[in-house]
Design a binder for this molecule. Structure first.
Ligand code: GLU
Length: 433
């Protein structure tokens, strides 16, 4: 079983979507299920509605899964297991206040050493604990041996007990911390492989230690994916980069199939450049993807988006654009030299279908042509329409072509009118209204 475990704390980041896509592909390759686990136990950071948004995005990308699971539903198990760890003296109640811990942190900073818990409460007797009337957290005792694991991408890791520390597993309100809930749920859900961002690497030994303390022996494989860098600045794609938000990319008119294609392609050697996720399932190898940060280049995504629009069925493209006519899909494709996104193509179509004024410098000519077009019969061929306009207006040269292009397309440049006409000939009345 694999899992994608987003926190409903903000707009979905492309790094997270990449994690979801890789989990989806690998689950299909291994013929295992995929669980979506909404990690909603940190109430202070949850944002209402973000869980639904995540699921909508997964649907948009055709990432299918076995079930959706809310982590908060498992809190009873997290608490029960914490009690078990306390009974076995593997965990202890910690009464240290936030202020005291803050003091200890400041001391470590002054000394230039990493902060570690001073283990004060670990030695309290049961009697003292029972008689202490103060809020407490639950801390898991640090391991007595090194925790080692192999990341399928990055190789071997080895953490000393000091690196792991005696860390909090239940907060004062008895809600589970991230590492604890995550590790217990991976165990309860029988997860066989965890694919997630490399920012979680230092959490992994803690999560392994939690399961070992609970007596769970099944090994979980780990793959930590490199972070996504902004190709322009070379820095991590932060929330401040618009393009880091999947929602923003969709609103800009990037097709989910193109975004998915790019997120798999980025920094990797793939047998081809343009592909679907279904195709990627047959050749993708998670163990050979690039280990260094993947550079996100929006111009490359624009190129891939054009290629995906090019291969879209014309009726489908037309529907995405708000029409239900194959001709509009064909018309849209004519604009792929100058437009790369659905939003940009829509702007081109809006120009065509908007009510036009007159072209500057050609006011009389524009009016004349518009009037003639409004009354013109239907012409199958552009040549015949043009001859008809010449006959009716006596205009020629640029006095004819410039305003005619403007009346038909709303702009002065663009694809050849002869190429456009076959796809707009049924709409002349609407275009010239
Ligand atoms: N909720 C964590 C996140 O969104 C999940 C990390 C994990 O996959 O374990 O980063």
């Amino acid at each position: 079983m694999l899992r994608f475990a987003p926190s409903p704390t903000g707009d979905m980041h492309i790094g997270n979507l990449r994690v979801a896509i890789f989990n989806y592909i690998v689950a299909k390759q291994l013929n295992e299920g995929l669980i979506i686990r909404i990690e909603d136990t940190d109430k202070a950071r949850n944002i209402e509605g973000k869980d639904k948004e995540i699921l909508e995005i997964l649907a948009l990308f055709s990432i299918d899964y076995k079930t959706v699971f809310y982590q908060s539903e498992n809190i009873k198990y997290h608490q029960k297991m914490a009690l078990q760890l306390m009974t076995q003296k593997k965990a202890f109640a910690c009464f240290c206040s936030d202020d005291k811990l803050e003091e200890l942190k400041e001391e470590s900073i002054k000394k230039g050493i990493p902060f570690r818990y001073d283990n004060f409460c670990e030695t309290l007797s049961d009697e003292t604990v029972l008689n202490t009337n103060a809020p407490f957290t639950v801390r898991l005792k640090k391991p007595d041996h090194n925790i080692k694991f192999k990341d399928l991408l990055k190789g071997e890791f080895d953490y000393a007990p000091f690196d792991i520390d005696s860390f909090i597993i239940l907060r004062q309100d008895k809600s589970p911390t991230y590492n604890y809930a995550c590790s217990v749920d991976d165990m309860l859900m029988d997860i066989s492989m965890v694919i997630r961002g490399e920012d979680h690497i230092s959490n992994t030994p803690k999560q392994i230690h939690i399961r070992e303390s609970l007596g769970y022996t099944k090994e979980i494989k780990y793959v930590h994916l490199p972070i996504i860098l902004n190709a322009q600045t070379g820095k991590k794609m932060s929330k401040r980069d618009d393009a880091s938000s999947v929602k923003w990319l969709i609103e800009q008119g990037f097709l989910p199939s193109a975004i998915a294609n790019y997120l798999v392609l980025m920094g990797n050697k793939t047998p081809k450049e343009i592909f679907t996720l279904e195709e990627a399932i047959s050749w993708f190898d998670i163990e050979t993807i690039s280990r260094s940060g993947a550079k996100f280049d929006i111009d490359k995504l624009r190129f891939i988006n054009r290629k995906h629009i090019e291969t879209l069925d014309e009726m489908r493209l037309s529907k995405i654009l708000g029409f239900a006519d194959e001709s509009i899909g064909k018309l849209a494709k004519l604009y792929l030299e100058e437009a790369s996104t659905i939003k940009e193509i829509k702007e081109k179509l809006d120009n065509i279908f908007s009510i036009k004024t007159t072209l500057e410098g050609f006011e009389n000519e524009s009016n004349k042509i518009k009037e003639v077009l409004q009354k013109a019969p239907y012409f199958e061929e552009y040549e015949d329409l043009k001859n008809y306009i010449v006959e009716q207006t006596q205009l020629k040269g640029k006095n004819l072509f410039k305003p005619l292009r403007y009346i038909l397309t709303g702009v002065e440049n663009g694809p050849n009118i002869t190429d456009i006409y076959p796809f707009i000939k049924n709409y002349i009345g609407e275009i010239t209204r």
